[in-house]
Each structure stands twice: as C-alpha cells, then as structure tokens.
Design a protein around this ligand. Sequence first.
Ligand code: 13P
Ligand code: SF4
Length: 321
Amino acid sequence: MADQDRAARIRRLAAERDAVILAHNYQLPEIQEVADHVGDSLALARLAARAEASTIVLAGVYFMAETAKILAPERTVLIPDPRAGCSLADSVTAEQVRAWKDEHPGAAVVAYVNTGADVKAEADVCCTSANAAEIVASIPAEREVLFLPDQFLGAHVRRVTGRANLRVWLGECHVHAGISPEQLRRKAAASPDAELFVHPECGCGTSALWQAGTGDLPGARVLSTGGMLAAARSTQAPAVLVATETGMLHQLRKANPAVRWEPVNPDAVCRYMKMTTPDTLLRCLRDGVTEVHVDPGVAARARRAVEAMLAVGVGASPAGA
Ligand code: 13P
Ligand code: SF4
C-alpha cells in the first residue's frame, strides 16, 4: 500500500473508532504526520487528561500509554506495540522505591513520568523534563527529596534549584546516556556557529553547560523535547546541534527550515519509540489492539502523583537552564 493510502486508511479507521492519535516527538516522521497531536510527555499527559474521544491511541512508549490510562480511566487506551518499553523506566522498581523511602522517612518522592504505574503509585508527585525543576522547587526547602530514576535529569535539577537535600537515583536512559561529552566536543568544534539544544537526560549535559560557560559553544540550552520546539521558532542561530533522540529533528526542521539542524549523535535512536510503524498503527486501529490496563488500586495511587504534577501547572516547555 502506498504511504498516502496507508495514511488515509489510518485517518479513516481513527474516525470510525472515535480515536484520537497522540504521538511523541520521537516517533517516526510518518507517524507524527498522521497523528492528531504531537508533543512531549507533559503535553501528551495533558491531552490525554482532557481527551473527548472514547479511544486514545498512544503512539509512544508503554509508560506514556499507562499515564494516559491513569488520567483517563474511562477511556479505552491503545498502544500499537505493547513491547515498546523504556530502559529508564526499567531502571527502578516499586520495591526499590519502598526500600529507599524506608531509609529516608519523611522525604518527598518525585518520580519522573518515565516510570511504571506501580512506581508512580509510590511517589508524592511526578514530573517530566519540562517541569522537573519547578516541581522540586514547589516542595518546602527543608524537606528532603528523593528524585528518581534519571541521574542526569536529577543532576540538572540540583544545579537549577541549588538544592543540597536532593537525593538522586542512579538510573539512566541508554539512548541519552550514549550521547557523550566527547561526541559533543567534536561536533561543536566542527560547527563553531552552532547553538546547542540538550535534553536533560543526556550524559553530556554537564559538559555542554561547562563548554557554554567557557565560550566554546555560542549557547547551550537544557530543554525538554517540547521546549526544544518552542526554542526552535525563535532561534537566530544559523545552525543548532541537537542532543537527544533523532526523531526530534522532524518537528524542529518543520518549525524552522532556515536553520541547519544536526544531531550530536546520529545513532541516538530509541528502538522502543520506533516500534510504532504505519503497519502497527493501522493494525491497532483496525483490531483495537493492544488495550492498556492498569490495576485500579495502583492507578488511583498513581493518579494522585500525576495530578499533583498537573496541579503545579508549570512547564510550558523549557526544562530550566
Ligand atoms: P520529553 O518529556 O522531553 O518528551 O522526554 C521523554 C523521553 O522519553 C525522553 O527520552
Ligand atoms: Fe525511554 Fe530513553 Fe527511549 Fe525516552 S529515549 S523512551 S527515556 S529509552
């Protein structure tokens, strides 16, 4: 089937099923183009919470579909490929969080949305890369904070908030941890006119800010994927180096075609995000598979943490610095 026919069929099936298609910024370009909305984790959570369609198709990874189900329990939530996991979400279990809490009674637990529903259920509040610093800053300064699971985002939040009583879990995303300071140095040297957008999950984030401070980079901004898109529209730089998953380049190039957009690491590809293909999306809409379920008791506890995040009402996009 030609690409255009397939896209038309997807749109027809979505209408017949009364489904809204929400796609993450790292999805394949052809999925982003056929979706109703494309956004970062925070935007997708907000869209799911106020969805009017009876079915939400989450073109992203499993924790995103679970978050949609937690926020819209009365809706049918479908994911095109249920094997679309997340190495970062897998780096902490609910049992480990309970043990960590026992070691630090009274501490507030802040869980990145890149976690399973059972981990969210152990948290006081969730955050995304778009609002992590603001969420932590909303917790009384004297209260200890347990931040999980991403060590690089945690280090970024500590830097932005200046908070010494923030303990950080040592998890990481294999894609972002693989974007190294060395690759960044090489790219920056080859493109001296380029600005840098860096996702806070990146292993090169600290070194990027240091290089910006020493003048080796004209500008480095730590941004969520949604924050990158907002910044793309106003940048004056002729070129921007992008330190995140390469799917992001599609929206950036559309937002500002005059800029030369270059990945810091062209191999930074999340295989889980790429499990949604036009074929799996078509099958999902045609056969109503795979439906996402979250245990109602777990969902109720996790909902408190996700809604506490949404109530803080921050994170229009930029992640902080
Ligand atoms: P954003 O919240 O910036 O969309 O990031 C989600 C993610 O999975 C990053 O790897
Ligand atoms: Fe998870 Fe990393 Fe993929 Fe994002 S890029 S979904 S954090 S494995």
